[in-house]
Design a protein around this ligand. Structure first.
Ligand code: MBD
Ligand code: FE
Length: 293
């Protein structure tokens, strides 16, 4: 029985309006969404003005999104939804030492058209004066057999020291701080990049506005985004985080996992970089993910 003083049949009526051709999964999701949204509105006695403020925020997010920017995703990120869905989809037993590389959220600044580069290339095409150069390298390996995966794709992207990704910043050349690499005969990838620095998520849209309204800071800990793929293996989307960062325990989008925290170490005798990051990526074969089917 309804515990509220509104029409007790209304939500069932809306759910029941779905026709027989609705797929079972969509029916389940829409039923849950409608019930929760209705309960949310009743429990909070949501007013027309408050609801309309939410609609405006959604529209604002859509209007400022394009192939270079995904504001709807950022709105989800600041309320922890993308991180929660990531956890649900890729439940990894724990943060044991010997686990496959953990996933992390994609975020709103991925670009599908990032170019391939050669191992050893420098992804820093527009170099900020205060940027610290790092040599990032490692292997892509099969988590179970530990064998190197030859010809695996490793895609990376990072923001510059001014807190902006290249598509947010006209002063950076296109695809600055982005690149796709193929692992060599030993399963290795290697390139030069910046030591990442912390930065605020953009505050010019509804994502930033929501943070302000919730009295929360906008900072993300320094990170590098990675997508690693190899035929026959589960694609991996993740981020790695600098252990020295002050925002490690209070990321504005809740994406940090212990196993993704890395150490930048001093690098000697390399005129191109004073820091080095060694990071192996452990992928899981698709078969073992789906139990042989
Ligand atoms: C970012 O750079 C980011 O990686 C995420 C997940 C959300 C907002 C900005
Ligand atoms: Fe990011």
């Amino acid at each position: 029985m309804a515990t509220h003083r509104f029409d007790p049949n209304f939500t069932d009526h809306v759910v029941g309006a779905m026709g027989p051709k609705t797929s079972p999964r969509l029916r389940q999701l829409m039923t849950g969404l409608i019930r929760h949204v209705h309960d949310f509105a009743r429990e909070n006695e949501l007013t027309v003005d408050e609801w309309m403020a939410g609609v405006k925020m959604l529209n604002w997010a859509g209007q400022m999104s394009d192939d270079k920017r995904n504001e709807g995703q950022l709105v989800c990120d600041v309320i922890g939804l993308e991180s929660l869905v990531d956890e649900i989809t890729f439940t990894l037993a724990d943060e044991a030492k010997d686990a496959p590389t953990a996933t992390a959220i994609l975020g709103p600044f991925f670009r599908a058209d990032t170019p391939y580069r050669q191992n050893g290339d420098d992804i820093v095409k527009t170099k900020p004066a205060d940027g610290e150069m790092a040599f990032m390298h490692g292997r892509v390996i099969d988590f179970t057999t530990k064998h190197p995966l030859v010809g695996a794709t490793v895609e990376v992207w990072q923001a510059s020291t001014n807190g902006l990704y290249e598509q947010q910043d006209p002063a950076q050349v296109e695809f600055n701080l982005r690149g796709k690499f193929k692992t060599d005969q030993d399963g290795r990838y290697y390139f030069y990049c910046l030591r990442p620095t912390p930065y605020p998520v953009p505050d010019d849209g509804p994502g930033g506005k929501l943070l302000e309204l919730m009295d929360r800071h906008p900072f993300r800990p320094a990170h590098i985004h990675i997508i690693a793929t190899y035929d026959g293996y589960r694609p991996l989307t993740t981020q790695i985080f600098d252990r020295k960062d002050q925002y490690l325990t209070n990321d504005s989008v809740f994406a940090v996992k212990d196993s993704l925290v890395v150490d930048f170490l001093p690098r000697k005798d390399d005129p191109q970089a004073g820091l080095e990051l060694n990071y192996d990526i452990k992928l899981v074969a698709s078969e073992s993910a789906t139990n042989g089917t």
